[in-house]
Write a protein that binds this ligand. Structure first.
Ligand code: ADP
Ligand code: MG
Ligand code: MG
Length: 862
């Protein structure tokens, strides 16, 4: 009943049913939380009434009474959503104490020190958690008192000291809040419950939900539970333990505990906890019972458990169990071990791994210990995962030069990157940009390369003239060290050592199982033979998107393409294109070789031409000289290419319509390369797919296709080789999706270009949206970045519509997705459901997509 009771509540109930020692309590459901928000953030009379009914029930079961002066009932108030959420509210312990109850409690337990310790903790937690008076004020008061008394540990404070502290805490509360600390236990309880509901929508929780695809509509449950006390003396204590080691996966009880302590003392780091093994020596019976319970829980949930317990006067209580969080390496080992132990089957093992977690295995990571000591100075978009550490450089040229000539590790810091920066990006350990979102140039290219990238860090103040920037109150000059965590978006102003990725045998086993169950094929987006080889190593089954323009930026090529752009005659353009053709052909040959006969989808020239023109004076002069034009001529041509909205301008197939010779040249390069490779490997069934970008109309497609077919057929006829090829389109303009039935008459395949499609459907620019999307998350208008996770209700609907329309007309039409979404697990699941043939994603996401595809197939069958 996790959906209704939240994870913590459901598992507490389950443990109670299993006969384990769990303190009495009740759970306020997630529905009550949703209702609270519907009612305008109010607890309804009904709810309040039923809460009090259950308090009475608890009173009769425990024989204690809320607010009683003889035998008082104290409770904890604990949040618990469906999925465990670290951003949520902290727990409040010892609720129900006030100035008179504490006296009774001290008498009843015969332990005034303990009673006042509980009381001061309660005031502290309530003030901090419910009323948001910072923790630090209370900690300062404790430190002052300890100093005055000349003691080091909290445990050395006496009952009178703690009583004094409680008084000081209440005074602090009054100072900060302006009213007295609430003494009525019922008011305390309602305040705490409301605080849990409210915490569902605090910024940390919202951020965490966005990162983990948790919908805001779920709400949180609240658990109200009778207190048991680990702070009653030397035969009491509290601790946490895992049934297996969460960092390595080793099968051995792993945990820590503290004697005479309560709640979070173990993790707070105030005192050093002891290893769980030590419990065996000091309380053998408790230890044996705990081992037995933990084995039983692991068998019951059939997964590694993370448990919390408290011992009150030698009696063990279980306070929580859940499937434990673990590192990627541990996750793989545990999944394989559980299969070998016969506890789960292969399908369950496949479903157990969070696909996103695999990132950590495929990219460098920070040294864990060094990372612990480091403090981030800022945070921005986690655009491409992995960890990077290096010296700051500000231009792509410097990156290349420092890396190749000086053998330095560098981090490239730019306002934004452009295609000209590719080489420098290749030589950088990591990339940091001031502007741009998840599908900005930097983000897309970095993911393709497997290079760590953080984008859209608007807090950076750049000073390019003096080659420095300021961030987090510090100035970084060229050559200063910084470190980036592309998986979390955290930026560190210091050097943190990294460790290389290592692929384990367990990953191989798991991917083998995933391959058995998935239906979707997984291809890769690769523009260079190098990326393609990497992707094949990761198990890619073809290229779903080769962006040919990325081949145009190298040395001589960029000159030829500039000549082409600046020619005013067909002849001039044809001459320049003739220089490019053999270079493109060579690249395609290498691509085919790297793919070994798997399909290759080659997209024809797509970006607006102004991206290619020279910006530097010398380059303009050189170009003018080669072309026999004046510098002024060239500058005029460049100026004429200016567009107000280039992403909606002269690009994609529109280039082929105005300059058919470009499409013809690219076709010749593709077909000649295929023919040559086919001669070398006659047994390969070469799948060549030519993809025309940005189509919005059937006639537009037919026109470009006729150019392609003419050029291709001529070459094939003359070669006497039986080469098949396909011509299809990217569906990335809403009109193409809406007229997909017409386009399918001519197109052999559709590949959904969901980056542009998202941009066009939403009507905002993928390069600029980052600037205002944050306000959309905070105001809960959007829950996730539509460029990272496909917007299923909107963009997904139009994709599904096009799939159905296309299949109606051409039942065997091949369908895929090649936007950045292709590597996002929730999008992969959607692609499986609507019956696409494949997804295509950057090389390093191939294993992630495969695992997500297998999970989607397994979950659908269930
Ligand atoms: P979290 O979700 O942050 O783990 P919990 O609700 O589990 O928060 O509470 C944190 C800790 O508070 C528990 O591990 C336990 O030590 C203590 N705690 C919670 N409820 C009780 C209780 N009823 N009796 C004693 N200790 C409790
Ligand atoms: Mg807990
Ligand atoms: Mg596009």
């Amino acid at each position: 009943m996790r959906n209704l009771l939240g994870g913590k509540g459901a598992n507490l109930a389950e443990m109670t049913n299993l006969g384990m020692p769990v303190p009495q309590g009740f759970t306020i459901s997630t529905e009550a939380c949703t209702k609270y928000y519907e009612d305008g953030e109010k607890i309804s009379e009904d709810l309040e009434k039923s809460i009090m009914e259950y308090i009475e029930k608890m009173e009769s079961v425990t024989g204690k009474k809320f607010g009683d002066l003889e035998n008082p009932l104290l409770v904890s108030v604990r949040s618990g959503a469906r999925a465990s959420m670290p951003g949520m509210m902290d727990t409040i312990l010892n609720l129900g104490l006030n100035d008179s109850v504490v006296v009774a409690f001290a008498e009843k337990t015969g332990n005034p020190r303990f009673a006042y310790d509980s009381y001061r903790r309660f005031i502290q937690m309530y003030s901090d958690v419910v009323m948001e008076v910072g923790k630090k004020y209370f900690e300062e008061l404790i430190d002052q008192l300890k100093e005055k008394k000349g003691v080091k540990l909290d445990t050395e404070l006496t009952a009178d000291d703690l009583k004094l502290l409680a008084e000081q805490f209440k005074a602090e509360y009054k100072k900060k809040i302006g009213s007295d600390f609430p003494s009525d236990p019922k008011m305390q309880l309602m305040g705490a419950i409301k605080a849990v509901f409210r915490s569902w929508n605090n910024p940390r929780a919202i951020y965490y939900r966005r990162m983990n695809d948790i919908p805001g509509s779920w709400g949180t449950a609240v658990n109200v539970q009778a207190m048991v006390f680990g702070n009653m003396g030397e035969t009491s204590g509290t601790g946490v333990a895992f049934t297996r080691n969460p960092s390595t996966g080793e099968r051995k009880l792993y945990g820590e505990f503290l004697m005479n302590a309560q709640g979070e003392d173990v993790v707070a780091g105030v005192r050093t906890p002891k290893s769980i093994d030590h419990l065996k020596e000091i309380m053998p019976e408790c230890y044996a019972q705990f081992v037995e319970i933990s084995n039983k829980l692991e068998k019951h949930y059939r997964d590694m458990q993370d448990m919390e317990f408290t011992i009150e006067n030698k009696k063990l209580y279980m306070l929580q169990t859940r499937n434990g969080k673990r590192t990627a390496a541990a996750a793989l080992k545990i999944a394989c071990d559980l299969v070998d132990e016969g506890m789960i089957n292969e399908k369950e093992a496949v479903c157990m791994i969070d696909p996103k977690q695999l990132d950590a295995l495929l990219h460098p990571q920070f040294d864990v210990i060094a990372l612990k000591k480091a403090k981030p100075i800022a945070m921005a978009l986690a655009a491409s995962p992995g960890a990077a550490c290096g010296k700051v450089v500000f231009t792509a040229e410097d990156a290349t030069e420092w890396a190749t000539k000086r053998n330095e590790k560098v981090i490239l810091v730019r306002l934004e990157t452009s295609p000209e920066d590719i080489e420098g990006m290749h030589y950088s350990e990591g990339i940091l940009t001031v502007r741009g979102g998840m599908t900005s140039h930097a983000a897309v290219v970095a993911r393709g390369m497997g290079t760590c990238c953080i984008s859209g860090c608007g807090e950076i103040k750049m000073d390019l003239e003096y080659k420095c920037f300021t961030l987090g109150g510090r100035t970084f000059k060229e050559g200063d060290f910084i470190s980036l965590d592309g998986s979390s978006g955290k930026i560190y102003g210091e050097a943190i050592p990294t460790v290389e990725a290592s692929i384990s045998a367990e990953l191989g086993r798991l991917m083998g199982w995933a391959d058995q169950y998935r239906v979707l094929k997984v291809r890769t987006n690769a523009d260079t033979p190098k990326d393609a080889k990497q992707a094949v190593l990761f198990g890619a089954e073809g290229i779903g998107l080769c962006r040919t323009e990325h081949m145009f930026f190298d040395g001589e090529r960029i000159k030829a393409i500039r000549e082409m752009i600046c020619s005013d005659t067909v002849e001039g353009r044809t001459k320049a294109l003739a220089k490019l053709e053999p270079m493109q052909q060579g690249d395609f040959e290498e691509l085919y070789e790297a793919l070994g006969g798997n399909p290759v989808t080659i997209r024809f020239l797509d970006p607006p031409l102004h991206e290619f023109v020279p910006t530097v004076k010398e380059d303009i002069e050189e170009l003018a000289k080669t072309m026999g034009k004046t510098v002024n001529d060239i500058e005029n041509i460049i100026a004429s290419l200016h567009e107000f909205n280039p992403m909606m301008g002269h690009r994609g197939c529109r280039l082929a319509v105005t300059y058919p010779e470009i499409a013809a040249m690219q076709t010749r390069a593709v077909i000649k390369a295929a023919l040559k490779v086919k001669t070398k490997h006659p047994d390969w069934n070469l799948f060549t797919e030519i993809m025309i970008p940005l189509i919005g109309d059937l006639k537009e497609f037919s026109y470009v296709k006729s150019i392609v077919v003419k050029a291709a057929d001529e070459l094939i006829k003359n070669s006497n080789i039986n080469l098949e090829y396909k011509v299809g389109t990217m569906i990335e303009i809403p009109r193409a999706a809406l007229t997909a039935d017409e386009i399918a008459e001519e197109a052999d395949f559709f590949s959904f270009g969901t980056n542009d499609l998202t941009q066009m459907v939403f009507g905002f620019s993928r390069d600029d949206a980052g600037k205002f999307l944050d306000a959309y998350y905070t105001n809960k208008i959007y829950e996730s970045d539509p460029f990272a996770r496909l917007d299923i209700p909107g963009v997904g609907k139009i994709v599904k519509f096009a799939v159905e329309a296309g299949r109606r007309v051409r039942p065997n039409i091949k369908l895929g997705i090649c936007g950045e979404h292709g590597g996002d697990p929730s999008t992969v699941a959607f692609c499986h459901e609507i019956g696409l043939d494949y997804v295509s994603c950057s090389p390093f996401r191939v294993p992630i997509a495969k695992l997500a595809a297998a999970q989607a197939a397994i979950r659908q069958k269930k």
